[in-house]
Design a protein around this ligand. Structure first.
Ligand SMILES: C[S@@+](CC[C@H](N)C(=O)[O-])C[C@H]1O[C@@H](n2cnc3c(N)ncnc32)[C@H](O)[C@@H]1O
Length: 255
């Protein structure tokens, strides 16, 4: 995967730099690490999804990376789901929308179905919402079955965040769940993935899970981008806890 991302950094570094400058300038109170957002941008540039779902944007930090990638692709739509409209108050998101962005306000459990009816299911899913056992189970039982037969790229944030267990109970007992282990929601999803024949390319850049891979990735990334990874607002800047995977990979054979 590092070799794969090395190619993507080489191909899309100019657009990525511009997206990062915008995200910094707008100070969108992001809760994500630099590397994981860069990989998200690169995956979207490479896969060129037609429809991206963002669950959830908060103030719109992740929205800037998702919309920047779609703008640079000159194709694709983004639907963001949250209980409130943070992106609507974010000048950078407004600057990027160009008719590509729709904000759906409300509990995702109540709002997703009408969007499926209107526009179908996404081919890229960015998940960073209420992190809990219950939400993980909802993704598996309600959301993922809708994607049957469609190759969907997924990024689930906060899985390998050593300082966070669940939105139901923040405290993480590191003596029971050491920092290399997934959080509560991540455990639910990972267990399901292990027994899913149609999922593929499970990957994380999380430093707590694969420190050597992380180091290798950052060295490669710095050599292309010509700068150092800059900052993270809340997590240790190098946590990058996103779990990346793909669903219904078999459909690639018939695409
Ligand atoms: C960790 S923040 C998202 C951070 C954002 N992706 C970023 O890059 O800064 C989680 C968001 O999930 C939203 N959320 C929590 N429960 C939700 C629900 N049931 N439906 C929709 N959004 C929800 C919260 O309002 C919050 O804005």
């Amino acid at each position: 995967m590092v070799d794969h991302f090395s190619e993507l950094y080489g191909a899309y570094s100019d657009g990525l730099r511009a997206a990062k400058r915008l995200a910094m300038r707008c100070n969108s109170k992001g809760l994500s690490g630099d590397i994981e957002m860069e990989l998200t941008y690169l995956r979207i540039r490479h896969q060129k999804p037609e429809l991206v779902w963002e669950i959830s944007p908060n103030w719109g930090y992740s929205t800037i990376f998702l919309l920047s990638a779609l703008k640079d692709n000159k194709a694709g739509q983004l639907i963001s789901f949250d209980t409130w409209d943070g992106p609507g108050q974010n000048d950078c998101v407004q600057q990027l929308t160009q008719g590509r962005h729709q904000m759906v306000v409300g509990d995702i459990k109540d709002t997703y179905a009408s969007q499926v009816d209107l526009q179908g299911v996404p081919d890229y899913l960015f998940l960073d919402s209420y992190h809990s056992h219950g939400f993980g189970t909802w993704y598996i039982q309600t959301l993922f079955p809708l994607f049957q037969g469609k190759h969907v790229f997924v990024g689930l944030h906060d899985v390998y965040n050593p300082g966070f267990w669940s939105d139901d109970n923040f405290e993480r007992d590191l003596t029971i769940y050491p920092e290399w282990m997934p959080n509560e929601e991540g455990m639910v999803i990972l267990d399901w993935l292990v027994y899913n024949d149609h999922a593929c390319h499970v990957f994380t850049a999380a430093k707590s899970r694969w420190p050597d891979t992380y180091k290798h990735l950052v060295t490669m990334r710095n050599s292309v981008m010509g700068d150092d990874v800059e900052r993270d607002y809340v997590l240790p800047y190098d946590a990058n806890p996103t779990l990346f995977f793909e669903l219904n990979c078999q459909s690639m054979l018939t695409d």
